[in-house]
Design a binder for this molecule. Structure first.
Ligand code: GLN
Length: 304
């Protein structure tokens, strides 16, 4: 039996001593004002046991982690048709890169970079009756937690500083890969990124991917094949131009966000979330990556 609590405590002791905690995202004030010393981990085993350390119950902006949840809802609604509008190849580029979009005539490399997530947002705006409300209810349903909500200040700040996302959406529109108006699609996208969640809530939300499509409350929300494919996309594309490094160091499918969160999972075994707001040069949580490397090394559990 692995001493999970002991390992989480060890990780905590190691990271609090770390002097270089990375740099906090500063493009909007709501992210810039977060405490750089915050650090939390939550681990949820598929068998039901949970373990945590540090700020695992503090809410933070999940940002790009939301792209996995919107992809899941889109796949559950429209199935494999979405792959006519998107690819599943790692980009090897930062999350907000535009050049590939032009080279590939409006087909984003994958659903976890911004341009791909904007196409997914377009799919959801087309198929949902009340897109923002229905997406929020999907996340609340996955976790069984109705306290989860958007941070409207973050959504507004994203909108007024979102020049690059407007550029991506306009480029997609010019290639006829957006059905709806740019403003409507981005309004949805900025809200999904503004979701505020704790590490504990994130592990619950991602349980569905580690548990063959059945969420925490045992409801089937995805087919086994969809859960498998979404995990594959996380492994190859979840960390932008650092996906290789994350697979190399940690060896789990996962997804990061500029709020400093990372969620990772081992299918049929566990889901783990880390929050440490300081980022490395590639926009991924510096201590979050280090903590997960230590976790898979000390538990000897990874997909490899
Ligand atoms: N809201 C951010 C953006 O669209 C999300 C970026 C991220 O978490 N990598 O630019």
């Amino acid at each position: 039996m692995i001493d999970y609590q002991g390992i989480l405590n060890n990780i905590y002791q190691t990271v609090i001593l770390e002097k270089d905690k990375g740099e906090i995202a500063t493009y909007i004030p709501e992210l810039a004002n977060v405490d750089k010393n915050a650090f939390g981990i939550h681990l949820h085993l598929i068998s039901g046991e949970t373990f945590s350390v540090g700020d695992s119950e503090k809410k933070f902006s999940i940002q790009s982690i939301s792209k996995v949840l919107s992809l899941a809802l889109a796949m559950s609604k429209v199935g494999s048709d979405i792959w006519n509008r998107l690819d599943v190849e790692p980009s090897g580029n930062p999350f907000n890169h535009l050049s590939l979009l032009e080279l590939e005539e409006g087909i984003p490399r994958n659903p976890l970079i911004n341009s791909g997530a904007i196409v997914i947002a377009d799919v959801l705006v087309s198929v949902l009756d009340n897109p923002k409300e229905d997406f929020l209810n999907f996340v609340r349903d996955l976790t069984g937690d109705s306290s989860i909500d958007y941070d409207l200040k973050v959504a507004y700040s994203e909108k007024i500083t979102g020049y690059r996302n407007y550029a991506a959406a306009n480029l997609l529109k010019s290639f006829n890969n957006l059905e709806n108006e740019v403003d409507d699609v981005l309004d949805f996208y900025f809200h999904q990124c503004s979701l505020n969640m704790t590490c504990a809530q994130l592990t619950k939300a991602f349980f569905v991917f580690a548990n063959k499509g059945k969420c925490l409350l045992e409801k089937t929300r995805l087919t086994k094949s969809q859960a498998k494919r979404i995990s594959a996309i996380m492994l190859t594309c979840g960390f932008y131009d650092e996906a290789g490094e994350f697979a190399f160091e940690v060896g789990l499918p996962g997804k990061s966000g500029v709020g400093g969160g990372i969620v990772a999972l081992l299918p049929n075994e566990f889901v783990i979330s880390v929050w440490a707001p300081g980022l490395n040069e590639r926009g991924n949580s510096k201590l979050g990556m280090q903590a997960l490397e230590q976790f898979t090394t000390e538990t000897n559990q990874s997909i490899f």
